[in-house]
Design a protein around this ligand. Structure first.
Ligand code: ADP
Length: 497
């Protein structure tokens, strides 16, 4: 039982029943009160002129002096005919002058005349019931009253209490119990029906909460696909939707974390491989030189040293690229956009790669549209992008091939295309070439010497500039990389990339 009242369902039910009970009790009190008021009002209205009519009977007994015996007799007679009234003769100040009762039954020989004055005023605004003092008790009661002339020439009142002592006991016994029992019966009926209905409704309402708790606990245990069925748009529905949304985010984050973890492992494996092979070869060559120090021919020594130098250069390049990429990843290197001439930058980069192209007898052609405007971007980073793309184009184009670098304006952008007549990239590899360490040629043979990081750096830099890069390639025919840089408008505010 204690457990039950600890649940939300138990608590809501308890509060509901308590409220129901309080409301029921309040209703009983109000009903009894208003019924009694109604009885009093009707009684007073019906007997409005009772005192006035009786005043005519009393007036002769007050002609010269107070005919006490006659008055007592008349009061006695009238009260025998109508036992539910008590008749009093009072003066203007409310002092009792005559009545029919044992004196010890009279508790107050003085009554408040304010309600009497209101009663006799015939003011249309006066609303019944008007309650007046009862000389025989401390309770207020309905009455009828009428002015009467006293023998000393003063004015007094005939004051009639309508609910006599006898009547009181009768009405309290019969009326009270009748009203009470009816309302109490209604209350019990309401309690039972509302209780049953409330219990069913609350059970249904809290069932949804129980289902939600179950879903959350399943989720907590690792069932990340667990969702709550949203059945309504109320607060619980909104909570379910919010939970589902949160679960989606958590699930995506977990999947991303798993992916990142896998990527990290792969990355470490790749880095280790890429570092180990050149290091092993450098070590091998150095040991050979050391061992055969006296016998090794000078040409051979030269060849070995040149191989070692190449290895060191490659290692240096790899470490440098890794460092660059990790800085871009950590957002330590952010683009610092500035206006610059892309035509000039491109010419410089092409000039830098000319010897490399010539060594393979590759025809490196540049076509730059005239009067190109300045573009906006981080000049150092764009230099890196151009260098990587042109370097790749030269490395993946066979001897005597052709590379075309184009610069042209289209509306508010300057487009840059690097086209080569190289080996191309197979269709299935195209979506992955921007992934770090991804190489079409998985063997990592030395013929191209790449680390698989060049295009990843290109992508990172262009992403930071919010620039999309497009690649088209046909295996065996060549590859074309293109992207657009925004034209710099001196007067317009440039949004930093
Ligand atoms: P790498 O250092 O190996 O060149 P990149 O990230 O620069 O690494 O390039 C990833 C892969 O994309 C390369 O291994 C290569 O297979 C392919 N690739 C890049 N550019 C070209 C190109 N111009 N022609 C053909 N294949 C290319």
């Amino acid at each position: 039982m204690r457990e039950f009242f600890r649940t939300l369902y138990g608590k809501i039910s308890l509060i509901f029943f308590l409220l129901l009970f309080l409301l029921g009790t309040a209703q009983i009190i109000i009903s009894v009160q208003s019924s009694m008021n109604f009885v009093c009002e009707t009684d007073q209205t019906l007997n409005r002129y009772l005192a006035k009519n009786l005043a005519t009977k009393f007036q002769p007994l007050l002609k010269d002096s107070l005919n006490r015996a006659g008055i007592d007799h008349l009061i006695h007679e009238l009260m025998i005919f109508n036992p539910r009234i008590e008749i009093y003769l009072i003066d203007k100040q409310g002092e009792l002058l005559a009545y029919f009762a044992d004196p010890y039954k009279i508790k107050n020989s003085h009554i408040d005349t304010a309600p009497v004055v209101r009663f006799v005023s015939n003011d249309p605004d006066v609303r019944f019931p008007i309650m007046g003092d009862d000389p025989r008790s401390d309770r207020k009661k309905v009455f009828s009253a009428a002015p009467i002339s006293l023998p000393d020439g003063q004015e007094g009142y005939i004051y009639i209490i309508l609910g006599s002592e006898l009547y009181d006991t009768a009405i309290n016994g019969i009326g009270g119990s009748y009203i009470l029992s009816t309302t109490a019966f209604t209350l019990v009926l309401v309690l039972v029906f509302a209780g049953i209905l409330g219990s069913i409704l609350f059970f249904n309402l809290t069932r949804r909460l129980r289902r939600m708790t179950l879903a959350v606990s399943d989720f907590d245990k690792g069932d990340y696909r667990r969702r709550i069925q949203v059945q309504s748009e109320d607060e619980l529905g909104q909570l379910s939707a919010a939970f589902n949304h949160m679960a989606d985010t958590v699930e995506t984050s977990i999947e991303e974390m798993k992916k990142n973890d896998a990527l990290r492992r792969e990355l470490i494996a790749n880095i280790s491989h890429d570092l180990r092979s050149p290091l092993a070869s450098i070590q091998g060559y150095l040991e050979t030189i050391q061992m055969k120090e006296d016998t090794i021919a000078p040409e051979q020594r030269k060849a070995f040293l040149s191989t070692i130098l190449n290895g060191v250069i490659n290692l240096n390049k790899l470490v440098h690229e890794l460092f660059e990429l990790s800085k871009l990843d950590a957002l330590q290197t952010k683009p610092r956009p500035e206006p610059f001439s892309i035509a000039e930058l491109l010419q410089d980069v092409v000039l830098k790669f000319q010897p490399q192209a010539e060594s393979k007898r590759i025809n490196l052609i540049t076509k730059i549209e005239r009067n190109l405007p300045f573009v906006i971007g981080d000049i150092g980073m764009i230099d890196r992008v151009l260098s990587n793309l042109i370097d790749n184009a030269i490395r993946y184009t066979p001897d005597e091939g052709r590379i075309l670098v184009l610069l042209s304006r289209k509306k508010d952008e300057v487009w840059l295309c690097i086209e080569d007549s190289g080996e191309g990239i197979p269709r299935e590899d195209l979506p992955h070439i921007f992934d770090r360490f991804y190489r079409v040629e998985k063997s990592r043979s030395k013929h191209s010497g790449g680390s698989g990081l060049g295009l990843a750096i290109v992508k990172k830099i262009l992403d930071a500039h919010e620039i999309k890069i497009d690649v088209q390639s046909e295996h065996g025919r060549g590859t074309r990389f293109s992207f657009a840089l925004r034209v710099y408008h001196p007067k317009r505010q440039q949004t930093p990339a």
